[in-house]
Design a protein around this ligand. Structure first.
Ligand SMILES: [Zn+2]
Length: 118
């Protein structure tokens, strides 16, 4: 990976992490402020569903945030863009789309296949 590619990847990662962190923060506040006595069972049920969706979303975003932080760490260590499984260089075009990709296209496809067999 060239220095320029690394710099632009670092920017992409940082930008996405900032957006995610802000969204998580907002959701956490919304969930916290939603805990008031509504009284009405329908409102209560609706709120329950909404909160469940929020928490699921937060969980997914927390995981993505974790992947981004991990990718940033690898980038700093100069290990981002190297397949975690076979050590091959990961296509920079793939990294541009999914900077947190830890596997090259071949390994990702192979793993996907094994997963589908089970
Ligand atoms: Zn690989």
């Amino acid at each position: 990976m060239t220095l320029k590619q690394r710099e632009s990847l670092a920017e992409v990662l940082h930008g996405r992490r900032a957006v995610l962190a802000r969204r998580l923060h907002e959701q956490r506040e919304r969930v916290a402020s939603g805990r008031h006595d509504l009284g009405d069972p329908v409102d209560l049920a609706l709120e329950e569903i909404e909160r469940g969706t929020d928490e699921l979303l937060m969980e997914l975003e927390r995981r993505e945030l974790h992947r981004l932080v991990e990718a940033e760490r690898l980038l700093v260590e100069g290990r981002l863009g190297v397949c975690r499984r076979c050590g091959a260089d990961i296509d920079p075009r793939r990294l541009a789309v999914r900077p947190e990709s830890a596997l090259c296209v071949d390994c990702a496809a192979e793993l996907e296949q094994t997963k589908n067999l089970h």
